[in-house]
Ligand binder design. Structure first.
Ligand code: MTE
Ligand code: MO
Length: 252
């Protein structure tokens, strides 16, 4: 008896979402998130559809003044080289001991020129510095200055193939995540190697972390090791957001 209205409301909502997607289709090339169709991921669908419809793809996140820079806690993994950390990485520890001189970012998948970029290689590419706010899903925010190379510059250097649709990211503490090309090519999406005018500290993701200013903090992956361009959606499986109870799309 009790379940009938619920199911009805649910199907009405699904029908509503489907027609929302349909309505948006003509004006917007990617109105639905790749998680669309999964009843548990309806939040993704609503925010993704709304953002893609209402915000121009390139609208910038707010940037702040130097005097707005705030204290900034480090959360989640704060040192993948620490053997006490359950996700510790001996490889990371070794790179850290060598001041990251041997660190390389693998860039592969649907690119013309797959390769491995050292920190010096990334620093030779044009850089961008921005003062932005990180918003953590746990309810705190912090403002910092980030310096790095726009991810778009690295993807340009590697040469995106026409079928490219998603950029998958992998870290030394075993995170796997992905963003779509709209966010990957966004001018404020950085491979950041500097924070507040200094080298990026280990606690904040050294030597290089992602900054995705258009989404919540957990999408800004620290301790990057590999970038893989794909033509299919890959949620990262057991290492990804969804299986760890978070949305794939966390637009703000
Ligand atoms: N590799 C990795 N990236 C990560 C995390 C993590 O634990 N490991 N935590 C995420 C979360 S939940 C947030 S809010 C930000 C925090 O960045 P910070 O530690 O520099 O404050 O990093 C994100 N990126
Ligand atoms: Mo977070």
């Amino acid at each position: 008896m009790k379940t009938t209205p619920l199911i009805t409301r649910r199907s009405a909502l699904i029908t509503g979402l489907a027609s929302l997607g349909g309505l948006l289709l003509p004006g917007c090339s990617e109105p639905l998130p790749p998680t669309y169709g999964n009843i548990l991921r309806m939040g993704d669908t609503l925010t993704y559809a709304a953002h893609r419809a209402l915000l121009p793809g390139r609208s910038l996140a707010r940037e702040y003044r130097p005097e707005d820079i705030s204290s900034f806690p480090a959360t989640g993994t704060t040192n993948p080289g620490d053997p006490a950390n359950p996700k510790s990485s001996a490889e990371y520890r070794q790179l850290q001991q060598g001041a990251f001189a041997d660190w390389r970012l693998q860039v592969e998948g649907l690119v013309e020129r797959p390769g491995a970029y050292s920190l010096a290689d990334l620093k030779r590419l044009p850089s961008r510095t921005q003062i932005t706010r990180l918003t953590c899903e746990e309810g705190w925010t912090g403002i910092a200055q980030w310096t790095g190379v726009p991810l778009s510059r690295v993807l340009d250097a590697a040469g995106l193939r026409p079928s490219a649709r998603f950029v998958c990211l992998y870290s030394y503490d075993d995170w796997a995540d992905s963003i779509d090309l709209l966010d990957a090519l966004h001018p404020q999406t950085l491979l950041a190697y500097g924070m507040n005018g200094r080298d990026l500290p280990v606690a904040h993701g050294a030597p290089v972390r992602l900054r995705v200013e258009t989404q919540l903090g957990y999408k800004s992956m620290k301790y990057l090791r590999r970038v893989v361009v794909k033509d299919v959606f890959d949620d990262g499986g057991a290492q990804g957001n969804i299986q760890n109870g978070w949305s794939w799309y966390a637009g703000i």
